[in-house]
Design a protein around this ligand. Structure first.
Ligand SMILES: *Cc1c(COP(=O)(O)O)cnc(C)c1O
Length: 375
């Protein structure tokens, strides 16, 4: 069977009401980064996040940047970061001339290893460098070990920023991700589970911190007949037009989560009996949105991740290797890291499979057949 349409990794999936909200913005001339869509979007995000306070922003990266500023991160401060992630988790640390310290993954969730985190903290304390924050990622929708990580955060009094860019709709012990740390961040980039075409959000239980983030995100203007500036500001607010897309997308978030989970089950059922192929398991505490379905390929028993990727590419199917850990990235080669080999092995063996929720069952079957052919 020859197909012309390329199957993409995770393209946007627009619902029915997005355009209605966008049109409303045009009809009422609320085209600026302020207006009714924006307020309502923040309210709706709050409703699915334990009524935490929300600032809708221009990107998830901007949200991490503001969270670090609000935690007082300055030049030469140390910030403990998940190594197994997308670079946007870490780049804002460098914007502030601070130093990321990379922590490797645990095998269970693929996220930050609690034991290694504690070891790193003890080691930094011994060197008289107390880390100022932890940026913890929930990768591909899978929750990190929140019980252990938050315990460490409390013992050593180091605040956590939860990078939940990939995990809106995921839960740990029934509690939504992003609500465990001092701050949570979401991304609404085009490839994420829901999108505003580009955007993000910062959430916190602490109202004054979120108010301050909105102030910093709108150029730090003080209310005077002229603009008076006491702080360096940023242009980081989400537009009212984009928020309209987000409102339509939020209506289908639950559907998208269920669809992503169904895609994951389909891959598992169709492929896990093949020798040399395995999937990450969801523990009892975890409810993952399975933003991307991933697969691990044994190098001896299969053709391996990179060869499969190339084979799928030839068949008009986009897949992607797992994130290359930050401690292996040339741009971060001067950073300290605490490693155990887990993320390196995952990078070596893992592949992200097409996970778009608009795929048909035929598409999925086509992908599975091609994977079976290749292996
Ligand atoms: C997408 C992503 C980000 C950045 O979000 P943007 O909205 O694209 O800036 C940060 N961290 C992780 C883990 C991501 O996947």
């Amino acid at each position: 069977m020859k197909r012309n349409k390329k199957i993409l990794l995770s393209p946007p999936h627009i619902g029915v009401n997005e355009l209605k909200f966008v049109n409303k913005a045009f009809e009422t001339n609320w085209i600026a980064p302020v207006g009714p869509n924006l307020s309502l979007f923040e309210q709706k995000i709050s409703e699915i996040s334990l009524n935490y306070h929300v600032a809708a922003l221009s990107s998830g990266t901007a949200a991490i940047h503001l969270a670090l500023i609000l935690l007082g991160i300055k030049k030469d401060d140390e910030v403990l970061c998940s190594s197994f992630t997308f670079a946007a988790s870490v780049n804002p640390v460098k914007y502030l001339m601070a130093n990321p310290i990379f922590i490797d993954s645990e095998k269970e969730s693929w996220n930050m290893c609690p034991e290694l985190l504690e070891k790193a903290i003890k080691d930094r304390l011994k060197k008289n460098k107390k880390p100022k924050a932890i940026i913890l990622v929930h990768l591909y929708g899978m929750p990190a070990n929140m019980e252990k990580i938050m315990n460490i955060s409390r013992i050593y009094n180091i605040p956590v920023i939860e990078d939940a860019a990939e995990s809106l709709g995921s839960k740990y012990l029934g509690k939504p991700l992003g609500t465990f740390g001092e701050f949570g961040i979401f991304s609404f980039n085009g490839n994420k589970i829901i999108t505003t075409s580009g955007g993000g959000a910062l959430i916190s239980k602490n109202e004054s911190l979120i108010e301050k983030s909105k102030y910093l995100a709108t150029q730090a203007r003080n209310k005077k007949p002229y603009y008076e500036h006491l702080d360096i500001g940023y242009n980081y607010r989400l537009s009212n037009v984009s928020a309209g897309i987000g409102l339509g997308q939020l209506e289908v978030l639950n559907k998208r989560v269920l669809a992503k989970r169904a895609i994951n089950i389909f891959y598992r059922k169709s492929l896990s009996s093949i020798s040399g192929i395995s999937f990450i398991d969801e523990s009892e505490q975890n409810y993952s949105n399975f933003w991307l379905s991933t697969m691990i390929l044994d190098k001896k028993k299969t053709i391996g991740a990179e060869n499969l990727r190339l084979y799928l590419e030839k068949n008009n199917i986009e897949s992607r290797r797992l994130w290359r850990p930050m401690h292996l990235q040339p741009v971060f080669s001067d950073c300290i890291s605490y490693v155990n080999g887990v993320s390196e092995e995952l990078f070596d063996k893992g592949l992200c499979l097409p996970s778009g929720t608009a795929m048909s069952e035929e598409d999925l079957q086509f992908i599975v057949d091609k994977i079976k052919n290749a292996i």
